[in-house]
Design a protein around this ligand. Structure first.
Ligand code: GAL
Length: 668
């Protein structure tokens, strides 16, 4: 049940953040470590952007300051997550290797002076990252303070794709490896269309700016290639570190906030999954997106405990309007991540920077100092986490899987789709949100993986579906599973080519239908759906369905499909396949899920509105993590002890408005 073989050598829940001593005097370092102790900080990430100060010229290293920082932290009982600084190569590197700069699709060459990746395909960059990773691992591989390696920073952000000549050359090599022959490439890319047939590998380029829409299969392969190149950079650093150091190695993901990297593949390469999460100010229910990110992070790590590498104590500084967190919000955010599997709660960053682009970003120690509300909450959170040591290693279990497939998202995001109103982000959020409101805990999953452990599989946006993966879903239903599929799914194969047999054809066994034609609505137009005398509201999309074995459950009242089926249910083998062919609003989706839960045998937990509850299962006890997002107190029915407040009850706990509780209870 618990798996901490690769967990950093640390006691309890890890607490801390990114630490940038290179921006401060030695006197401030001493104040920092004293305050870290006051706050209960036991882990800080060091060196992430310090390449220029560690390797001052090619092959010349200055470790003196870093030695002193790491020793000082160690003397004060604070462990180190040591960064490799490869997300910000020094000025001298770009001066020596100007060809390593990233080129955008329109030919712009990105300059120095910010931060960000060099070309992941640049041989000079690859050599340089191995050199610095090796030097750091040789020096600190045995240092008792260093318990974790933090490779790079957020691969793919702020740029991932590179259209430089070096990248084009590497893309051709990657394509040769993938396809073997030009004939196979021409077939996969459908180059007979618009006369794009290739007769020489050297004629193939990256999908740079062109007069019209670039071949979508080429673009999809370029997305795969980009992900691959970035991952090779990670692997090169990881292996360089492993040669000299035995601590676990991670790199920080951006779960549902970055789309360049296929996190399922990355999850297999890291020792521990870690994630950065920031609230979107424009999202007034950011806690739902936060929960989704946490569930996705846990899922790409195979359910093992993970590290929240960064979140913010209050406002960020890079959105149009940076909304400060209100009292209690930081703890609610942190505890939500913990409830969904995080055993480390870290922030960007320890001390707010005085200079540079991020000076208006919040920190554990804000510009206002220790007299501030944020600081007091940081100290309180550290104390609360100190009381949660025993939660460490426990796991979250889910009966429901939501499909999340980066490849499908890359394909769906390309141009010239039937309607700009149909996006995977919007539908996944809508379906996840309903599950969240119903208090149903979910994992995310790939369509091709073993799904037999789930009572329900939800596919809100599976535009690209390989035939073999569709067969997996059909078998899942045949063997008793319940599958819920939303519109514009199973449309194309892995080359973005429409499935033989038409839209939805590979899922016909499970769903008992095919889609004859897409019928998008005009902007702002809404439509109605009639279901058992109730009327649901929809918009954006209808489809002309041909039912083979499915039963119509609800019909369109108006719009291009008036009178025709809108929602269907198909009994297949021992299971059921549901299909929703229009964009229902939240109330409509709530009705769909009620019916689907009944088929799947899922019972909703009856919690008060706004009380988010997730259970972590440990070897000796369960931990019910409750976060009250409402303005009213809420009662959680549970028997046990609240590890946050120390209160015990045989009946239930009143959780104050905006408060959090972690109830240790006997196994449920
Ligand atoms: C993250 C990044 C940090 C910092 C932070 C600000 O994406 O990893 O270095 O820039 O954003 O929110």
């Amino acid at each position: 049940m618990t798996s901490h073989e690769r967990w950093p050598d640390l006691q309890g829940i890890a607490y801390g953040g990114d630490y940038t001593p290179e921006q401060w005097s030695r006197e401030t370092w001493r104040e920092d470590v004293a305050l870290m102790r006051d706050a209960g900080v036991n882990l800080v990430s060091v060196g992430i952007f310090a390449w220029a100060l560690i390797e001052t010229a090619e092959g010349e290293f200055d470790f003196a300051w870093l030695d002193d920082v790491i020793d000082l932290l160690h003397e004060n009982g604070i462990s180190v997550d040591l960064g490799t600084p490869t997300a910000s190569p020094p000025a001298w590197f770009f001066a020596q290797h100007p060809e390593s700069r990233v080129q955008t699709a329109d030919g712009t060459i990105l300059g120095f002076g910010a931060r960000g990746m060099a070309s992941p395909s640049s041989p000079a960059y690859r050599a340089a990252i191995v050199r610095i990773a090796t030097a750091l691992a040789e020096r600190y591989g045995d240092h008792p303070a260093v318990v974790l390696w933090h490779v790079h920073n957020e691969y793919g952000v702020p740029v991932g794709e590179d259209y430089s000549p070096q990248s084009v050359q590497a893309f051709r090599d990657w394509l040769r490896e993938k396809y073997g022959t030009l004939e196979a490439l021409n077939a996969a890319w459908g180059t007979a269309f618009w006369g794009q047939h290739y007769t020489a590998w050297e004629h193939i380029g990256a999908p740079a700016a062109a007069p019209s829409v670039v071949n979508p299969a080429q673009r999809l392969d370029f997305a795969r290639f980009t992900d691959h190149q970035l991952r090779q950079c990670f692997i090169a650093e990881r292996d360089a570190i492993r040669a000299h150091a035995s601590q676990p190695i991670t790199t920080n993901f951006m779960a549902n906030q970055s789309w360049t990297t296929d996190l399922w593949a990355w999850g297999r390469e890291v020792d521990i999954v870690s994630d950065d999460h920031y609230l979107w100010a424009a999202d007034t229910e950011g806690e739902i997106g936060l929960a989704m990110a946490a569930d996705l992070t846990r899922s790409v790590g195979g359910g093992a405990p993970w590290i929240l590498m960064e979140h913010s104590t209050s406002a960020v500084n890079w959105q149009p309007r940076n909304i400060a967190k209100r009292p209690g919000e930081m703890a609610r955010n942190s505890l939500t991540h913990l409830g969904r599997g995080a055993d480390a709660i870290l922030f960007f960053q320890w001390r707010a920077s005085r200079s540079g682009a991020e000076k208006f970003h919040s920190a554990m120690l804000p510009h206002a100092g220790t007299g501030s509300r944020v600081w007091r909450e940081v100290v309180d959170l550290g104390a609360a986490l100190g009381r949660l040591c025993e939660v460490r290693g426990s796991r979250v279990a889910a009966d429901v899987a939501v499909l999340w497939d980066f490849e499908s998202f890359w394909a769906q995001d390309l141009e010239w789709r039937p309607s700009v109103d149909v996006t995977h982000k919007e539908r996944i959020r809508a379906y996840y949100e309903q599950l969240w409101r119903d208090g149903v805990t979910v994992d995310f999953a790939l369509p091709g993986q073993d799904l037999s452990g789930y009572k329900l599989v939800v596919a809100p946006a599976q535009y690209l579906l390989r035939v073999a993966d569709a067969e997996n879903l059909n078998r899942y239903v045949e063997n008793g599973g319940t599958l819920l599929v939303s519109f514009f799914s199973a449309v194309v194969d892995e080359n973005d080519a429409v499935h033989i047999g038409g839209f939805g054809a590979p899922l016909e066994p499970a769903l008992g239908l095919r889609v004859e034609e897409f019928l998008p609505l005009r902007e702002g137009e809404s439509s109605r759906v009639s279901w058992d005398g109730r009327e649901l509201t929809a918009d954006a999309w209808q489809e002309d369905l041909v039912l083979t074995t499915a039963q119509a459950v609800a019909a369109h009242v108006d719009g291009p499909s008036a009178g025709a089926p809108a929602i269907t249910r198909n009994a297949h083998g021992r299971g059921v396949g549901w299909y929703v062919s229009t964009r229902l609003d939240a109330a409509g989706l709530a009705d769909v899920f009620t019916a689907v839960y009944a088929d799947a045998g899922i019972e909703r937990a009856a919690q008060p509105a706004g009380l988010e509850v997730v259970t972590r299962h440990g070897a000796d006890a369960d931990y019910v993590v409750a976060v009250n997002h409402a303005d009213e107190p809420a009662t959680l029915v549970a028997r046990g002890v609240d590890l946050v407040s120390g209160a015990a009850s045989d009946e239930g706990f009143e959780i104050a408005a905006g408060a959090v509780a972690v109830i240790r209870t006997t196994h449920q």
